[in-house]
Design a protein around this ligand. Sequence first.
Ligand SMILES: CC(C)(COP(=O)(O)OP(=O)(O)OC[C@H]1O[C@@H](n2cnc3c(N)ncnc32)[C@H](O)[C@@H]1OP(=O)(O)O)[C@@H](O)C(=O)NCCC(=O)NCCS
Length: 437
Amino acid sequence: MHSLDARTVPADPHAQQRLQASGLDYRVVDATDPVAARAFARADARGFLDPEPDDAAVARARETVIDRRNIGVFAPGAAPDALPVATVNSWITPMTVPGAPGAHLPMWAISSVTVSATHRRRGIARNLLEGELRAAGAAGVPVAGLTATEATIYGRYGFGAALPVARLQVDARRAGGIALPASDRVTVEYLEPEALATALDAVHERTRLTRVGDIAGWPERWRRMAGLAPDDEKARAVRGVRAIDPAGTTRGVLAYTLDELRDDFGADLRVRHLDAETPEALRALWAFAVNHDLIRTVHADLRAVDDPLPWLVANQRAVQTAVHDHGWLRVLDVPAVLRSRTYRAPLDVVLRVADPLGIADGSWRLRVDADGVGDVQSTHVAPDVELGVGALGSLCLGGVSAPALHAAGRLAATAEVASAWENAFGLPVAPSLSIWY
Ligand SMILES: CC(C)(COP(=O)(O)OP(=O)(O)OC[C@H]1O[C@@H](n2cnc3c(N)ncnc32)[C@H](O)[C@@H]1OP(=O)(O)O)[C@@H](O)C(=O)NCCC(=O)NCCS
């Protein structure tokens, strides 16, 4: 775990000066002050088109933002309880990288990016994002990450879509069910909400250590998933089960809601979070959902692109899979990122990285030995690979295909070098990110 606390990192002076030139005050918000925390939560809700948060929702939001570095942008002469016209927050979290279980990079996670509808398209978001990246880079954090409401917002700041995930929809009536091998010997039992929150947290904290691309969760997230957030309209519809191995250990957990059908007796089952640390537990939980009586459709998002579900059901055409961008990464320190992971095959390439913000600009030689260990040195020799910092973000964990980026013109190299890169960077199990933030 990175020992640095993002809350100790000061506001970026460049962003501060630029926004000051427009009369705006860009500063770190003190979330221990209830008035400031309330204004931040209200601005965040407004920005994300959520209803006005009540006292309970503000208190709940504060539990989370108090652990984060919160930045607000304020109009001139704003009252102490005035809503900021823009918000962003960040924290440092471990992100799993290829290597031994638990291998990780500290990642500067960015969330709550909002600009008030009255102040949009004046460059405020650009200052917020560039301010985050400069602050993180100056603090020595090698990579920043986020999940995005729209795929067109963050490429301009050097983020690349790195962790695609699958949205799965199962026509449960056509699927033909899931038949479990008798050797699985996993039992499934219902959990009460508090126990569900605890199990979601515990299972995630174990599975993320081997799921490349995933990050740590936080208590409020699991409470919300378990239906314990009072402002969550769906809270009372949440149910949960766990998968237990023959030794009595929880190996998987599923939180879901049932949406009653209007025109038929039955429901659609919507997975809120599904996590399992053994294939047996994963099969048991998918079987619970797909074989459930009276279910028309099972919906699940944020699944790994190699989730076995289509291979579990009798009729794979009952499963529709839509792959979409989810985790975005922004490389801040090229050598640190390339050294942090292991590789699948030897490689010797010189890469030239172009970064319009200048943070990760440069040329490096990456030499991967027969054990998959990478050595990275700065160099001035002619590159084999030229790519933007966003493409490097997409490729660095092996979640995106180098030949695909080569074909898209985002990786200047010979086809042979793009293939060799893929052999080294690619992973046998798809990286994935199981949470929104
Ligand atoms: C997305 C959002 C933060 C942008 O804020 P903003 O201050 O209007 O953005 P800026 O004026 O700094 O724009 C910077 C650049 O991004 C572009 N841009 C802004 N919003 C965009 C969007 N939604 N889609 C695509 N491009 C966008 C601008 O055109 C501008 O482009 P340029 O660099 O080529 O000039 C704001 O629209 C918002 O709060 N949206 C609702 C909440 C949300 O979706 N937040 C993102 C969470 S992941």
